[in-house]
Structures are given as structure tokens and as C-alpha cells.
Write a protein that binds this ligand. Structure first.
Ligand SMILES: Nc1ncnc2c1ncn2[C@@H]1O[C@H](COP(=O)(O)OP(=O)(O)OP(=O)(O)O)[C@@H](O)[C@H]1O
Length: 433
């Protein structure tokens, strides 16, 4: 027997003989053998999701364990893992995951300036570059750099209180604090930070109370000489619905951008990522990937991980062919998820502090009606759905209500630049997510 994949057929046959066909098809047919570690005595098997994994562990542990031992002998057990969620927001360390530190960050001309600024801030917080504002397109390393600052600050100043938070998480926490009457606690938490690192600050734009709260948090921290680092997909002046007083403040310190990496940097990243997952990739294959994927480091990394998975399952050394396969998988998986009406309603609701249920309800309070009209307008704008269908999505409303709502927003956008900018920001947020 040459590979885990061949042994896997035997494990499957064993399981099939122990349980019903329906159970087998439902729970076992979607499992993927990942690797076998004789030293640790464990066979790693991938389940499609957490629900699948826990059902197997609860209901079929004995069957799977017996199957693994009948093939590999006693002493070998199994471990179920699930794939990492796409564009995962909270980092979950996995076996082949590495920390987001300066050591694992590859520098090149496209990010040299931003990286130097981050290193400086981690060494000399709140000295010269406060706030530090890093911006650039998706997948170019902003989150990585922000976390690297966090790690380094912790190392250099273990006693300091360093807070890392996403822009939308800050906003959600504030909404929850207002709902539960715990805003003093919320304020205290953020205003007591020695360094506040906020990822994707653009998500607070257009949200009135979040911006108001953040304005005061910013002032308190800035005046008491605490470091603030922000990341965004755009420079402050291009965040349309960000209040002017925040835009100005964000530009008080240093603004640095990260650009797509050049060829040499892409090559270095591919090689380093391969090294980190313990995979040898021939130079010709690295070059092939670097020529194909130019604008997103997340995709470079995904391709290397995919090559590693192919290597583990098929035992194949990476070739141009396998790289081609890995790239098309990654690029296809990286396509944005289709925009749904619920996603639009959710984003509008978040911006205006109205719940999605209220937007779809028959409530007529001014703020709810306005959020509903905006939602209808954006649904039409993004999906081009027929008016009748849009009406159905909003609690079975008549198509004339939708026509009226769209007219209202069109007129208001012409007269009121804030509405216009808010709508375009919401659309951008929805498309970027
Ligand atoms: N210069 C680099 N060296 C090594 N790894 C990098 C580099 N740039 C990005 N990466 C890796 O690429 C992946 C995506 O990077 P990251 O999440 O930091 O991007 P981002 O700019 O924050 O994207 P988004 O705006 O979509 O959140 C991460 O796994 C990160 O480690």
C-alpha cells in the first residue's frame, strides 16, 4: 500500500459494513483523508463542517475508530478537522497555521514603507506616527501587519494593555452596550487601552453613534499619548461617509499604503509559504504561480495550501499541472459570495441601527421606513430584481411601494450628499464583503 488514500478505501469499506447505507452516504462519504502521522499515532480526516464533525464524534466514534485500527493497527486513532472558513475573520490556529508576526511577513517594494512604519510604531509607540493609518486592497497584508504590531508591542511592553478589534466588531459591541445599558463599561474598556489597533475601520463609516463614540475614544487616547493604528481598504479621504472630523484626525499621523507585490516579492512569498507548510515547490512551479496570481497574497497563500493538500492526499510533488488545478480552485472559491437580499438588509440595518426584522415588518417609524426604502433601492441597484419580486422580499409589499421607495431615494440622493454617499458606501461594503 503506497498512500493514506489507498488505506482510506479500506477504512471506508469497514465503516460501510458496520452501518446502514443511508448513514454511510450521509456521514462518511464526504470525509476526506488528509494525513497519517505514525509518530503521533493519528490519522487526520477532514469533515466538511463543524456540524458534520460533531455528529460523527457523537454518533459514529466507535465505528470510525475501529475502522482506523483495523487498517493501521491498535494505537492509531483519528482526529477530525474542518476546513478553515473562507476569509475567516477570527484567526483559529491550525496545525499548519503560523502567527502574523514581522518574522513571517515578506517585505518588498510594495509594502516596505508600511512595514517600516509598523515596525517603528511597535518599537516606539505614540512617538512620531500617531495614528498610523494603513490602507490597501484586500489580501495585501494589512491584518497581518496590524497583528504583527500587536505581537511586537506585547513582547516589548508586556505590561501594556493592547486592544485589537475589527471596525464592525467595535460597532456591534457598542450597539450591544447601548441595548444592555453598559456603555460606561464599553468606554472604559477602549479608553483604557495603551495601544488600540482597529482593523477595517471603514466599517464604522456611516454609523452615527459608532463614529461619535469612536471620536471621543480617539481623542482620549490621542491626548493621553496612546498609540492608535488603523487599517482600511481606502485612504481616509475616500471613505465617503466617514465624518470629516474623523477623516482629519486619521491623517494627523502617518498614512501608508500597501500595493500588490511585484514578481520577486510574489516568488519570495510563495517559497516562504511553502516552507511554512513543509512543502518543496520547484522554482518553475513557483514562477508559474507568481505569473498567474498578481494582485492578492491571500490567493498565493491559498494556492500553496491547496498544493500541500493535493500532495498529502495524492502524494504528488507539485507540478505545473497541479498548480494550475490549485489556482483554478482558489480563484473560483475566492469569488465573492452572491449578494442576497438578506445581506443587503443586514448591512443597511447595521448602518442605520435598525434590525432586519423591523425593515421587513410593517412598522412605519421614520427611521425604519427610511432604512426600508434604502434597502429596496440597493436591492434594485445591485440585483436588478423585478419590482414585484422585491416587494415580496419585504413582507409581501405591493410593487408600487417599491417604485415609490426607489423614487424617494433617487430624489433624496440628488438633494442630499450624505444620503448619496451613505448609499454608495453601503453598496461598496456589501460588494467587498
Ligand atoms: N507580505 C506578506 N508576507 C507574508 N504573508 C502575507 C503578506 N501579505 C499578506 N500575507 C498573507 O496573506 C493573507 C491575507 O493577508 P491579510 O489578511 O493581512 O490581508 P488584508 O489586507 O487584511 O485583507 P482584507 O482587507 O481582505 O482583510 C494572510 O494570510 C497573510 O499572512
Amino acid at each position: 500500500m503506497e498512500s493514506f488514500l489507498e488505506a482510506w478505501d479500506l477504512i471506508c469499506s469497514y465503516c460501510r459494513s458496520q452501518i446502514t447505507e443511508v448513514s454511510y452516504d450521509t456521514w462518511f462519504s464526504k470525509l476526506v483523508p488528509i494525513s497519517l502521522d505514525f509518530e503521533q499515532g493519528v490519522a487526520i480526516i477532514q469533515a466538511p463542517n463543524e456540524f458534520h464533525k460533531s455528529t460523527l464524534e457523537r454518533g459514529f466514534h466507535k465505528c470510525l475508530n475501529d475502522a482506523v485500527q483495523s487498517v493501521f493497527g491498535p494505537g492509531i486513532t483519528y482526529k477530525l478537522v474542518t476546513p478553515l472558513a473562507k476569509k475567516e475573520k477570527e484567526r483559529v490556529p491550525e496545525d499548519d497555521e503560523y502567527e502574523y508576526t514581522f518574522e513571517t511577513f515578506i517585505e518588498g517594494s510594495s509594502n516596505k514603507f508600511a512595514c517600516a512604519a509598523c515596525r517603528y510604531v511597535a518599537k516606539e509607540p505614540a512617538k512620531n506616527y500617531n495614528p498610523l493609518f494603513i490602507y490597501g486592497n484586500s489580501g495585501l497584508g494589512k491584518t497581518h501587519l496590524l497583528n504583527a504590531i500587536g505581537h511586537e508591542l506585547k513582547k516589548n511592553f508586556p505590561e501594556k494593555n493592547i486592544i485589537y478589534v475589527k471596525g464592525d466588531q467595535f460597532s456591534n459591541e457598542l450597539i450591544e452596550a447601548i441595548r444592555t445599558g453598559t456603555t460606561p463599561g464599553f468606554r472604559e474598556k477602549y479608553r483604557k487601552a495603551d495601544a488600540l489597533l482597529i482593523d477595517d475601520i471603514q466599517f464604522i463609516a456611516g454609523k452615527e453613534s459608532t463614529q461619535e463614540e469612536f471620536f471621543h475614544t480617539f481623542n482620549t487616547l490621542y491626548e493621553s499619548k496612546k498609540q492608535i493604528v488603523l487599517t482600511s481598504d481606502r485612504p481616509p479621504r475616500d471613505i465617503a461617509t466617514l465624518e470629516d472630523r474623523l477623516k482629519t484626525r486619521f491623517e494627523w499621523g502617518l498614512t501608508a499604503d500597501v500595493q500588490p507585490p511585484d514578481f520577486e516579492t510574489r516568488m519570495a512569498i510563495i517559497k516562504r509559504k511553502a516552507e511554512l507548510v513543509g512543502l518543496t515547490v520547484p522554482d518553475s512551479v513557483c514562477e508559474f504561480i507568481a505569473v498567474k496570481l498578481k494582485s492578492n497574497i491571500r490567493q498565493l497563500e491559498g494556492t500553496v495550501k491547496k498544493l500541500k493538500a493535493i500532495h498529502l492526499v495524492e502524494g504528488a510533488t507539485p507540478t505545473i499541472n497541479t498548480a494550475q488545478r490549485a489556482i483554478s480552485d482558489i480563484v473560483n472559491n475566492d469569488q465573492p459570495a452572491p449578494v442576497t437580499v438578506s445581506k443587503i438588509i443586514e448591512e443597511v440595518g447595521r448602518t442605520y441601527g435598525v434590525s432586519p426584522e423591523d425593515i421587513k415588518s410593517s412598522k412605519r417609524n421614520a427611521n425604519v421606513s427610511f432604512a426600508r426604502q434604502i434597502s429596496m433601492y440597493i436591492v434594485r441597484e445591485i440585483t436588478q430584481m423585478p419590482m414585484v419580486e422585491i416587494g415580496k422580499e419585504f413582507g409581501g409589499r405591493d410593487h408600487s411601494t417599491v417604485v415609490y421607495a426607489i423614487q424617494q431615494i433617487e430624489e433624496k440622493s440628488l438633494k442630499d450628499p450624505v444620503t448619496k454617499a451613505t448609499v454608495s458606501d453601503i453598496i461598496k461594503n456589501i460588494r467587498d464583503r
